[in-house]
Design a binder for this molecule. Structure first.
Ligand SMILES: Cc1ncc(COP(=O)(O)O)c(C=O)c1O
Length: 397
C-alpha cells in the first residue's frame, strides 16, 4: 500500500482522534541508525520511537528471530504455555534482581499492574493503605491509574477525579518525601531518571531516603524503568549501582525490539500478591514478543554493549557540555548513557525543527528540554553529526 504525506494527513484529520501533533514526515523504512521518509530523505534517529528502537532498524538478528517465530506462532493467549515466557521471566529476574514477572503490552499497563500489586498488599494490612507518593515532573502513562500518579497536572486535569490517595512531592526533596509518606502509603513510585519530565536524574541520597521510607512504612518501592531501563543509561536498569533494591520494577519500550511488550517485575511479597484470576491480559507475553525480547537481551546484556553505551553517551554529553559553555541560552545538560537532555532558557521547538531540516531527529520534552534517546548502536561519527546539527539548532532558538 502506498500513500503520500498529504493523503495520510487528510485521512488522519478526518478519521483519527486528533490526539497527536505529528511532525509532518511520512516514515517508510529504517536501516541501522537511519530512518527514511517517503520523499527519500535520510535522518539520523536520535529519538528511536521514544526509546523503543534501541538496536536501530532492520537489525539482522531481530529480523531473523521475527521471521522464524512468525512462521511458527505469533499469538496463543495466556490460556496456554508458550516456549518463551518462562525463559524470559527467568532472564529478567536474573537481570533485575527481582523474582517474578508479569508480561504486559505497554508501559502504562505495567504501571497499572504495579499499582494493583501495591494496593493488594496494602489491603492485607488495612483498607486505608491505598496511598501512593509520586514525584512532580514524573510520567507514568496515560491510563487512569498511571495518569493518577503522573506528576504533570496538564495531563491529569481533564480526566478527574482520578485515583484517591495520591500525593506528589518535589524530586530530590527528601524532607518533602518524608512528610508525605505515612502508614497509609502502599507505594512510592519514581523514575531514577525522569524522561518525559525533562531528563532529570534523582540524587542517590534521595533514592536511599525513598528506599528507607518504603521499608519503614511497609510500602512498595516501585522503580518505573520504562524509559531509563534496559541499557538506556549504560546499565541493565538505572537503579543498579545506586544501592537500591526496589520491590517492583516496570519495564517496556525497547524490550521486544519494537514489538509491543512490557513487564512488571517484583520480589518478596510483591511477587506473589497477584494470584490466579486477579490479573490478566490477552496479548501480554505472546510467543513472538517474548522471543524478540530474548534476542534483545542476548544482544544487550554483554559487558561490551554496556561499555559502548557508557562511552558513546559520555562522548555526547561532554560535547553537549561544551556547547552549553558557548551558548548562553543553554541552562543545563543532564542525563547519562544514551539518555541525554539539554534544557534551554526558552521553548526548544525551533532547535529540533532546525535539526530535522539538517537530517537529525531529536525531540522536545517538558517544553524547554531537547531530548536525545539514540540507538545503542550509535557510533562517535554519528554522534558528531547529531552534535553539529544540535549546535546549529541552538542558533535557531
Ligand atoms: C517512565 C515512563 N513510564 C511509563 C510510560 C508509558 O509507557 P507507554 O507509552 O508504553 O504506555 C512512559 C512512556 O513514555 C515512560 O516514559
Amino acid at each position: 500500500m502506498s500513500t503520500t504525506l498529504s493523503l495520510a494527513q487528510e485521512r488522519e484529520a478526518q478519521y483519527l482522534f486528533p490526539t497527536y501533533a505529528r511532525t509532518p514526515l511520512l516514515l517508510e523504512r529504517g536501516k541501522g541508525v537511519f530512518l527514511f521518509d517517503s520523499a527519500g530523505n535520510r535522518y539520523l534517529d536520535c529519538i528511536t520511537g521514544i526509546g523503543v528502537n534501541a538496536l536501530g532498524y532492520a537489525h539482522p538478528r531481530v529480523l531473523a528471530a521475527m521471521r522464524d517465530q512468525a512462521r511458527k506462532l505469533i499469538h496463543s493467549s495466556n490460556l496456554f504455555y508458550n516456549e518463551y515466557q518462562g525463559v524470559l521471566g527467568e532472564r529478567l529476574a536474573k537481570l533485575s534482581g527481582m523474582e517474578r514477572a508479569f508480561f504486559t503490552v505497554s508501559g502504562a499497563e505495567a504501571v497499572e499492574g504495579a499499582l494493583k500489586v501495591a494496593r493488594s498488599l496494602g489491603q492485607r494490612s488495612s483498607p486505608d493503605k491505598i496511598g501512593v507518593v509520586a514525584l512532580n515532573h514524573s510520567f507514568h502513562g496515560r491510563t487512569t491509574g498511571s495518569l493518577s500518579v503522573t506528576g504533570q497536572p496538564k495531563y491529569r486535569a481533564p480526566f478527574g477525579p482520578l485515583l484517591p490517595g495520591v500525593s506528589f512531592v518535589e524530586s530530590n526533596d527528601a524532607a518533602g518525601l518524608a512528610s508525605a509518606v505515612n502508614a497509609n502509603t502502599c507505594a512510592i513510585i519514581l523514575e531514577v531518571v525522569q524522561g518525559e519530565g525533562g531528563v532529570r536524574e534523582l540524587r542517590p541520597e534521595f533514592l536511599t531516603a525513598a528506599a528507607e521510607l518504603a521499608r519503614e512504612y511497609r510500602a512498595c518501592l516501585i522503580c518505573d524503568e520504562i524509559q531509563c531501563g534496559l541499557g538506556r543509561t549504560g546499565k541493565a536498569f538505572a537503579y543498579q549501582g545506586q544501592g537500591l533494591q526496589p520491590d517492583i520494577v516496570t519495564t517496556a519500550k525497547p524490550l521486544a525490539c519494537g514489538y509491543p511488550l512490557g513487564a512488571i517485575l517484583a520480589r518478596g511479597d510483591a511477587a506473589t500478591a497477584l494470584t490466579a484470576g486477579t490479573h490478566g491480559t490477552t496479548f501480554g507475553g505472546g510467543p513472538l514478543a517474548c522471543r524478540l525480547a530474548l534476542e534483545f537481551l542476548d544482544i544487550l546484556d554483554t559487558p561490551e554493549m554496556y561499555a559502548h553505551i557508557q562511552a558513546v553517551g559520555a562522548y555526547m554529553k561532554e560535547a553537549m557540555l561544551r556547547l552549553a559553555h558557548k551558548h548562553a541560552i543553554v541552562k543545563e545538560v543532564r542525563g547519562k548513557g544514551l539518555m541525554l537532555g539539554m534544557e534551554l532558557e526558552k521553548p526548544a521547538k525551533p532547535a529540533v525543527q532546525r535539526m530535522l531540516e539538517l537530517g537529525v531527529i531529536a525531540n522536545v520534552t517538558h517544553d524547554t528540554t531537547i531530548r536525545m534517546l539514540p540507538p545503542y548502536i550509535l557510533e562517535e561519527k554519528h554522534a558528531d553529526r547529531a552534535l553539529k546539527a544540535l549546535a546549529k539548532g541552538l542558533k535557531a532558538v
